[in-house]
Design a protein around this ligand. Sequence first.
Ligand code: NAP
Length: 289
Amino acid sequence: MKLAFIGLGTMGGPMAGHLARAGHEVTVFNRTRAKADAWVAKYGGRAAPSPREAAQGAAVVLSCVGNDDDLRQVTLGDKGAFAGMQAGAVLVDHTTASAGVAVELYEAARARGLHFLDAPVSGGQSGAEQGMLTIMVGGDRPAFDIAKPAMMHYGRAVTLMGPAGSGQKTKMINQICVAGVIQGLAEGLAFTLRAGLDAKRVLDVISKGAATSWQMENRGRTMVDGKFDFGFAVDLMRKDLRIAMEEARANGADLPMTALIDQFYAKLQSRGGGRLDTSSLIKLLTDRK
Ligand code: NAP
């Protein structure tokens, strides 16, 4: 397939790489040109000077940028991807963004005879590198059927959740659940240290029971060791929790724990920890006050 990929960051770079390695003809765009050139040197393909030029002739255009405004910048306007796409082409966006912007871009695409899918991912940097992401998709079934084979190159589960915005709403639920699990794990481990027990032994035992989680299995030991450079950053988590809390204000859901944990992340940011990974919540419980 002729594909385009916009945004070669921590996630987008390896995702686009899987498409090239599978033999697709991939044209990339990255705002910082040097990253696009490095990507082409590694994987082949072509770098374009704008999202519009990258999207020309592609059956599926994929994007993974930062937030709502970044997404509008790469899709709308003269240099945006929509301006270069041919009728019937699909834009699949992997950014974690609001459900509102997903619906807005779905409508803008439809007005031009294009398709838009919101398709945020879970699985982090390692999931992107290993091609093992969970992808939750919102939009129309025909567009999903066109784009799914491309996503399968880096997704182990690619699921259509419902109409436009449903992928982003599912990702919000994911982040609400992740935040609560990390805080619970942080409190359990801080308690372990106070109780004078061997924390790694405790983890070995309780990870075989009802308390187990992905966070416990993958981050428990690194939290005990005080290592917080494992991908998903506090700054990005705050963006995601803000999006989830805004959606909750609109749909009436109560998120008392999420709001509290968001404040804990704000405290980490104010202490200069915005680039630490999300498991650094434990620092608020163990660092000297
Ligand atoms: P990243 O490393 O910061 O990469 C962001 C990419 O978007 C870069 O290529 C950046 O270009 C580009 N970009 C940002 N704003 C832009 C704009 N206005 N115009 C054009 N390009 C722009 O971020 P990431 O970690 O890959 O995350 C990308 C998205 O995936 C985010 O929404 C994040 O929440 C989500 N996500 C991340 C993870 C994770 O573990 N990192 C996990 C799941 C979901 P430059 O190179 O020029 O900066």
